[in-house]
Design a protein around this ligand. Structure first.
Ligand code: NAD
Ligand code: UGA
Length: 479
């Protein structure tokens, strides 16, 4: 334990993973230093000004406990890297938007850039202690080999440095909205390393780091490639479950079955389990889709077309679900949305987050804008700027026109968002949407008034009694 006291940990990337993980670890290790480095000075300035730049329940209080004591945010690489021995790579790994593998494989340019920064830093320092570069970002198997050679080949001045580092994989499994719970009480921690003495030494250090608050039996140590692949595979399995239940939702709607009852029947089998069986408008977020597509690419690049097709089908069902619902909305409203006001309730990719990255709402909103609808959006946490940025990022080849942008309005309450609207379209399962005063919203709306509940959070009988025409995903078509 004595040795741990001297360790300085660096997290590269002050986004969800870098900032949350460092904040949780800092709270458990007051005697150690945790430095978060980001190339974006504006992000670092926001962390240091006391404004937490992302919404995550419990995060603000957690950061306040340690910031300035043993948790530091900096855009100065030299300050961050000096005397550090463990470098967690927490930068974004989005899907490539051009070139080979476009639309599927991870773009590793940020991982490469920050590993180069660490390598360049050590190119001018004679290393005394062994350092570990730890992949926390989600990357495909064998990325560690690439990082090893990247680091090694830059050690020209002090050749011995080549024998004083290792690359490990410690993928992050937190889910947004419940991230602090996931970090404090993870189902498992996976740490992949090579088998040499140096790697084993650093592996022990990382195991110790977690074992102060995670039971040892939940810490799985394995090979680096296994750890790398385990992350892609886990996200693909989660995506597969959501697509499986979503594939049954149109069948339920036609047969008058409630998909949530079906989920209960299926999930009661302990071999299947009841998690990730909530039918929805489709999985969104920054990771399930991108990591699923990276697995598709990996399978195809290794020559396994059938395997690639299998996982691609999971993606296809997700795309189908989003399109089928926007098509139905358009059809139910007589294929004529021009000049119609529509209310989107929730655009974050799930409740309890401000994050709109990859949200199904981006696709639905886009489809409705193509039909010239005017969107009045209410989300308790997501902001217009972020929503517009993520829209551009999700449709890189179809920039929003000026006309479309004019038709995106963010409102401060559901009541304002419902004013003169023809339909309430619920896209995020925020708890407050379960108990809205729908009768008051109905009064504000033009008639006929529709509810398209794409998250199954409303009582359809109550809404029908108010006078709405109701669609509830996986339950009933509009009547
Ligand atoms: P993010 O986009 O929120 O943050 C990434 C940060 O890295 C940004 O602030 C960016 O400025 C910074 N950055 C980029 N290049 C840099 C460089 N060269 N040097 C320093 N900083 C740099 O990303 P995130 O959501 O935290 O995800 C990070 C990784 O973790 C991804 O690979 C993601 O797939 C994975 N992951 C994310 C989550 C999640 O819930 N968001 C969960 C598990 C794993
Ligand atoms: C997911 C994984 O759950 C994390 O383990 C992983 O670390 C993370 O991706 C990552 O790699 O970034 P996250 O994207 O934050 O976490 O959110 P999830 O709770 O998994 O939800 C993803 C999407 O699936 C959301 O749009 C959610 O609404 C949808 N979903 C989830 C359903 O439609 N139905 C469900 O039953 C569960």
């Amino acid at each position: 334990m004595e040795e741990e006291k001297k360790t300085k940990f660096v997290f590269i990337g002050a986004g969800w993973v870098g900032s949350l993980t460092s904040a949780v670890l800092a709270s458990h290790w007051p005697e150690n230093e945790f430095h978060v480095f980001d190339i974006s000075t504006s992000i670092i300035d926001r962390w240091n000004s006391g404004q937490v730049p992302i919404y995550e329940p419990g995060l603000e209080e957690l950061v306040k406990k340690s910031i300035g004591k043993n948790l530091f945010f900096t855009a100065n690489k030299d300050i961050a890297f000096k005397n550090a021995t463990v470098f967690f790579i927490c930068v974004n790994t989005p899907t490539k938007v051009k070139g080979k593998g476009k639309g599927e494989v991870h773009d590793l340019k940020f991982v490469e850039a920050c590993t180069s920064a660490v390598a360049d830093y050590f190119a001018n320092v004679e290393m005394k202690d062994t350092i570990a570069i730890v992949e926390k970002s989600t990357v495909g198997p064998r990325t560690s080999c690439f990082l090893k050679s990247l680091f090694s080949e830059r050690q020209v001045k002090y050749k011995e440095n080549k024998n004083k580092f290792c690359v490990m994989s410690n993928p992050e499994f937190l889910a947004e909205g419940v991230a602090i719970r996931d970090l404090e009480h993870p189902d498992r921690i996976i740490i992949g390393s090579d088998a040499d003495v140096r790697s084993k030494l650093m592996l022990d250090k990382i195991v110790t780091l977690y074992s102060r608050f995670v039971p040892r039996e939940k810490i799985i140590t394995t090979s680096t490639f296994t750890a790398e692949l385990s992350k892609l595979a886990s996200n693909a399995f989660l995506a597969q479950r959501v697509s499986s239940i979503n594939s049954l939702s149109p069948i339920c709607e036609k047969l008058g079955i409630d998909v949530s009852n079906l989920s209960t029947c299926i999930g009661s089998d302990s071999r299947i389990g009841n998690k990730y069986l909530s039918a929805s408008i489709g999985f969104g977020g920054s990771c399930l889709e991108k990591d699923l597509l990276a697995l598709v690419y990996l399978a195809r690049s290794l020559g396994f077309e059938e395997v690639a097709d299998y996982w691609k089908a999971v993606y296809n069902i997700n795309a189908y679900q989003k399109r089928r619902i926007s098509d139905m909305i358009v059809q139910e409203m007589l294929n004529s949305l021009s000049f119609k006001k529509l209310t989107l309730l929730g655009v974050a990719f799930k409740k309890n987050t401000s994050d709109c990255r990859g949200s199904a709402a981006l696709t639905v909103a886009r489809d409705l804008l193509e039909e010239s609808a005017h969107l009045q959006i209410y989300d308790p946490k997501a902001t217009k700027d972020h929503f517009l940025r993520e829209m551009q990022a999700y449709f890189p080849e179809e920039p929003l026109t000026e006309e479309m942008t004019k038709h995106i309005e963010f409102m401060s309450s559901p009541l304002l968002a419902a004013k003169d609207s023809s339909a309430l379209i619920i896209l995020t399962e925020w708890d407050e949407f379960r108990s809205l005063d729908y009768a008051s919203l109905f009064e504000q709306m033009s008639k006929p008034a529709f509810v398209f509940d794409c998250r199954g959070v409303t009582d359809q009988e109550q809404l029908k009694t108010i006078g709405f025409k109701v669609y509830k995903l996986g339950v009933c078509l509009p009547q």
